[in-house]
Ligand binder design. Structure first.
Ligand SMILES: Cc1cc2nc3c(=O)[nH]c(=O)nc-3n(C[C@H](O)[C@H](O)[C@H](O)COP(=O)(O)OP(=O)(O)OC[C@H]3O[C@@H](n4cnc5c(N)ncnc54)[C@H](O)[C@@H]3O)c2cc1C
Length: 549
């Protein structure tokens, strides 16, 4: 088969690939996006089942000074209606709606009631949260300058950007100083492990303190696209097509040959390119790269980076349960907002997800079903749930008189892998689903979840198989250091480069800590910007040489 040629070939139609494609097609390049699955959006997608619309990835989207400015820059701000999406945080029967900065104080008071012997510790923790909140406001409360034309808009440059820069740099330096794992940091503020767990157990393992405690700012910054979170990907896709770009679904790239500037898909079709942008898992890039024809220096650099990538591991993953219940959305509105972080017991996870899990994993095949089911029961009773009710943000997303919910919690990939290898994954999934429903029926949603009319779930393995995300990682790499990705905000422009000639990378495997605004959208923008500015420089150079000649 003849190779199809495109100036820009983009692998992966997640948010990073779509962002890069939207900017590159706007710049006038011929663009083709190749996507393994049958839909755009990657880890950010919404789907409909029996009249319920569910969000499979992020339950809401943080604006972070990025989402709204990017939509405006691309002329999409009127195309996508975004509503504010407040969260509720709850422990046992204390549920606080976080609607303003004052609500954070009400959450502090709730914790003081739950831990009366640790009032001073709670106050110490919230003093730090307050400091981080202010810095987060500086970093993410300002519209990201990359989406502004600051070189031409002198007024913006002198009255907004330059005055903001010093406080931004100070906030970033605090961010870099507060990078120890939040669980270690909190141990300096309290010796009560239950209190520490309640504050930190819904963050990923070893989340840097600034990033974790900054979530109290993020909770007030969440947006929900009408129609579901996947509408953000839908609108970017439409923009690419309107710009004359192409998107090819159900196409998995299996080989990358940088010396020939060619990739080959699973059906044997090849595509040649001027620039390749890899916007998917990096282990698959390095597994599929063929270095034949490259110089020995480059081959050495690729081998060194490959070692780093394969030494890395996908970060935490989730188990998600999708439910459709015969209860009106109003019944849930009386309890909490549409995006909830809920812990059924003040006891906290303690060793459940540490030494007890480790013991179970160490037993491997020797771990009995009963031991694993007992562990699941304890985990369901103690862990923190993230619950999303789409129709509380957009009433059209559940059938009349009914409510769809997505109930999830972090779940160790290795445990699910163990069970799958032993051949009883379906039974395990049912056990986890039952544990979730039971726990919530007895706590946050008394009696509301009995006999759901629709029920199915996705495990970390589903995420790995569907999107090729290593270890089912939902936000790229773990926080273990050294990271294979750039992990300092000021260095983000460097995150898009690879040792392969004319191959760039972006997305959640290129920058850490990852998520939609920074790792997916900003790196997508930086990759497109690098290509267009490098091309402009090369053209300038050529015309200089021509004049001189
Ligand atoms: C349950 C859940 C909750 C989340 N919550 C939040 C949140 O609250 N806030 C937040 O910021 N982020 C959240 N995230 C993370 C966020 O959704 C991701 O970090 C982001 O969407 C990643 O975008 P990406 O483009 O980097 O990667 P992806 O979305 O993974 O896109 C990569 C794409 O490449 C495709 N692909 C892979 N290999 C190939 C190949 N060989 N050939 C062709 N195509 C290929 C995949 O199918 C996929 O579509 C959450 C994710 C999940 C799953």
């Amino acid at each position: 088969m003849d190779a199809k040629h495109y100036e820009m070939l983009i692998v992966g139609a997640g948010l990073s690939g779509l962002t890069a494609a939207a900017y590159l097609s706007r710049a006038g390049y011929s663009v083709l996006v190749l996507e393994k699955t049958s839909a755009c959006g990657g880890l950010l997608n919404s789907f409909t089942r029996d009249g319920y619309v569910f969000d499979a990835g992020a339950r809401s989207i943080e604006n972070s000074g990025i989402i709204r400015p990017m939509l405006k820059d691309l002329g999409l701000e009127l195309e996508l209606e975004l509503v504010n999406s407040p969260v509720s945080i709850g422990v046992e029967s204390e549920v606080i709606d976080i609607e303003s900065k004052e609500s954070i104080d009400r959450y502090r008071q709730a914790l003081e009631t739950l831990y009366p012997d640790n009032v001073d510790d709670v106050r110490k923790i919230f003093r730090v949260i307050d400091k981080v909140y202010k810095k987060m406001h500086v970093i993410y409360g300002f519209e990201n300058p990359v989406f502004k034309n600051f070189k031409q808009d002198r007024k913006y440059l002198f009255t907004e950007l330059l005055p903001w820069l010093p406080s931004f740099l100070l906030a970033v330096s605090s961010m870099e100083r507060m990078n120890e794992p939040v669980e270690t940091y909190l141990r300096k503020l309290s010796t009560n492990q239950s209190l520490i767990d309640i504050v930190d157990q819904h963050f990923f393992k070893r989340t840097p303190t600034f990033f974790a405690l900054g979530y109290f700012y993020v909770y007030l910054d969440y947006l929900y696209p009408k129609g579901g979170t996947g509408m953000l990907a839908e609108k970017l896709k439409q923009k690419i097509l309107d710009n004359g770009g192409h998107i090819q679904l159900d196409t998995e790239v299996m080989a990358v040959r940088p010396a020939q500037k060619v990739v080959v898909d699973a059906k044997g079709q090849s595509y040649s390119y001027d620039k390749l942008l890899w916007c998917a898992d990096l282990k698959s890039l390095y597994r599929n790269v063929d270095t034949a024809g490259l110089g020995s220096d480059v081959v050495g650099e690729i081998a060194a980076q490959s070692d780093k990538v394969f030494a890395g591991r996908g970060g935490d993953s989730v188990f998600s349960l999708f439910l459709g219940v015969n209860q009106p959305t109003k019944a849930f509105a009386n309890i909490a907002k549409g995006h909830i972080f809920y812990t059924p017991s003040r006891q906290g996870l303690g060793e459940t997800h540490l030494s007890e899990l480790k013991l179970l994993l160490a037993k491997g095949k020797g771990a009995s079903k009963k031991e694993i089911f007992d562990w699941v029961a304890t985990y369901c009773a103690l862990t923190t749930y993230e619950i999303s009710i789409p129709s509380l943000r957009d009433a059209t997303l559940s059938p009349e008189g009914k409510t769809g919910l997505v109930v999830s919690f972090l779940l160790e990939y290795d445990l699910v892998r163990l069970v799958s290898d032993a051949g009883w994954l379906d039974e395990f999934k049912l056990c986890v689903e039952d544990g979730m429903i039971d726990t919530l029926n007895r706590s946050l949603f008394p009696g509301l979840l009995y006999e759901p009319e629709l029920r199915f779930s996705a495990s970390p393995l589903s995420l790995e198989r569907r999107f090729g995300s290593s270890e089912g990682g939902i936000t790229g790499w773990t926080f273990e250091l050294p990271s294979p990705a750039v992990n300092k905000l000021p260095k983000i422009p460097k995150s898009v480069t690879t040792p392969m000639p004319d191959v760039l990378q972006c997305g959640q495997w290129a920058y850490s800590p990852a998520g939609i605004p920074t790792a997916a959208i900003l790196t997508g923008w930086y990759a497109a910007d690098k290509i267009t500015t490098d091309a402009a420089k090369a053209a300038q150079q050529r015309s200089k040489v021509k004049k001189q000649g």
